[in-house]
Design a protein around this ligand. Structure first.
Ligand SMILES: Nc1nc2[nH]cc(C(=O)O)c2c(=O)[nH]1
Ligand code: SF4
Ligand SMILES: [Mg+2]
Length: 250
């Protein structure tokens, strides 16, 4: 399958889950290449912002920023190698992320099957943007979906970033949590409207400040704590950004 590349190998790393309801737990991350969206603040733009594409990114403001050569930032790797690499870590929690991992569900199912053949105790989390419907097999194999629907602040057109049938199916799925990246009052209003429209219970909602540094996180978090308390949402930080900054492989 096509994974993001980190140095000479696939982007597979052992760290602490930095976001969502499992934040603070140790986990092995496997990062898929490719995304069907292209959010302007995306911190994993090496999974999709390839040379020759028309997408824009906030980093375009930096004169040194360049789109990536696809061959430099992706790697085609057999399922069996992913399984043995993941199983070599002293940890049984695995987070499938990207990019958008649900673009490669068939291959992930083989990875999950391979892992559970080695140890049935493997717990699988999936980070998804909530625009791709999981197949019944994939849904039942995964333990937890961290669904992160994109708001207007992503710069994406509404019809691309919101697929109502997928959101509704996750709203009814006890395995799914919703994690919104927010910066301030406009985003809070949008989260309220979105959760009402798609019948997402407040108890399944996490609100996370956008930011690629502690200073940015602090700045956006200040506007989010009171709304979380008022609406019964869970505030969620970005632990890995605070601990290690805006780095790959952490
Ligand atoms: N430590 C850590 N936690 C994370 N939670 C979600 C991540 C992601 O990039 O999807 C991520 C990540 O890249 N690193
Ligand atoms: S959906 Fe996620 S991976 Fe895809 S562009 Fe947006 S933030 Fe990046
Ligand atoms: Mg990330």
């Amino acid at each position: 399958m096509l994974l993001a590349r980190l140095n000479d190998g696939p982007e597979i790393f052992f760290t602490l889950q930095g976001e969502g309801v499992s934040a603070g737990l140790s986990a092995i991350f496997v990062r898929a290449a490719l995304c069907n969206l292209h959010c302007r603040w995306c911190d994993t733009d090496h999974t999709w912002n390839f040379e020759g594409t028309p997408w824009q990114h906030d980093k375009d403001a930096d004169p040194a920023y360049r789109k990536y050569r696809k061959a430099d930032v992706t790697i085609e790797i057999p399922v069996g190698e992913i399984v043995s690499h993941v199983a070599s870590f002293p940890c049984r929690r695995v987070v499938l992320t990207g990019g958008e991992p649900l673009l490669q569900q068939e291959a992930w199912l083989e990875v999950i099957t391979g892992l559970r053949a080695i140890d049935p105790a493997f717990v699988l989390e999936v980070e998804t943007n909530g625009t791709k419907m999981p197949t019944p097999e994939f849904r039942s194999a995964v333990n937890q979906f961290n669904v992160s629907p994109k708001l207007g602040n992503s710069g994406m057109e509404a019809r691309l970033r919101t697929v109502p049938a997928v959101i509704s199916s996750f709203a009814e799925d006890p395995k799914a949590w919703f994690k919104f990246v927010a910066r301030g009052p406009d985003d809070v209003a949008e989260i309220l409207a979105f959760t009402a429209e798609h019948n997402i219970p407040a108890g399944k909602v996490l609100v996370m400040p956008e930011g690629r540094s502690s200073a940015e996180l602090d700045h956006h978090a200040a506007a989010l704590t009171a709304p979380c308390m008022l609406h019964g949402w869970r505030f969620c930080d970005r632990l890995h950004v605070r601990l290690w900054g805006d780095k790959r492989g952490v």
